[in-house]
Design a protein around this ligand. Structure first.
Ligand code: SAM
Length: 232
């Protein structure tokens, strides 16, 4: 069992199947909808970017192209090691083992926070939000990407997997704390059905994954997400 920082939310998809999660990341948002929306909130050229819950560091090279400095923080030491290998030739990127609730960063040291499908899932994530408020500088921004379970093919699958999930409670949680909701429609786009099958099987129980595969044709899946953001 790899060393995991206290407070980590179990993430069996990437913890158990990092190679398949890489296939999933490659399929996400080929149209650049998320990138455009994040740039509109707070561009990061020359800035310090924190990618929190960075997993194997898939997004670190992207931010490193323009940012002055990029810091990946990830509680799973094995994944953090993979992230470090990915960015070993990028001098402006560092990867630290840590969790949202105890960030290994000084006060007011970050301009842009990017968190994608990690830890910040609404109620219960207050300690991590307090840490973000501590490390983000005035003029910076926090951007959190999570599922929108109210619409889209993927949103429907998500609710079938988690029937007790309450999107209204999640929305109230964020708006009470001053976060804006940017509803976005992205898509997964796979090279072949076998990649789609592998990804569905790390995201859902086997019986549901197989039902979704039977019900859904083709290589693309429409996928609604929310970009929750707030300027510091
Ligand atoms: C679904 S993965 C997403 C990884 C990455 N953001 C990406 O888009 O490729 C969720 C990640 O959140 C991390 N995570 C879980 N609990 C966390 C916490 N308390 N603080 C920060 N990251 C956490 C997991 O270890 C995992 O790497």
């Amino acid at each position: 069992m790899a060393e995991i920082a206290p407070g980590a939310v179990p993430s069996p998809n990437i913890w158990n199947s990092p190679r398949v999660y890489e296939v999933e990341n490659r399929a996400v948002d080929p149209d650049g909808v998320l990138e455009a929306a994040m740039r509109a909130v707070r561009p990061w050229r020359g800035s310090t970017v924190l990618d929190l819950g960075c997993g194997t560091g898939f997004h670190l090279p992207f931010f490193a192209q323009e940012a002055g400095r990029v810091i990946g923080v990830e509680p799973h030491a094995g994944l953090a090691a993979t992230a470090r290998r990915r960015v070993r030739d990028l001098p402006n990127v560092t990867v630290r083992v840590g969790a949202a609730q105890a960030l290994p960063l000084p006060d007011a040291s970050v301009d842009v926070v990017h968190v994608r499908w990690a830890y910040f899932f609404g109620p219960g994530c207050e300690p991590g939000l307090a840490e973000l408020n501590r490390v983000v500088r005035r003029g910076g921004a926090i951007m959190i990407i999570d599922n929108d379970a109210t619409r889209s093919t993927f949103g429907g699958w998500f609710r079938r997997g988690l029937p007790k999930y309450d999107p209204g409670a999640v929305e109230r949680f964020w708006t009470r704390r001053g976060y804006h909701r940017e509803p976005l429609m992205i898509r997964w786009s796979f090279q072949n059905r076998s990649d789609l099958a592998d990804v569905l099987r790390i995201e859902f129980p086997r019986d549901l994954a197989d039902a979704f595969l039977r019900e859904h044709e083709g290589l693309d899946v429409d996928y609604a997400v929310n970009l929750w953001w707030r300027r510091a």
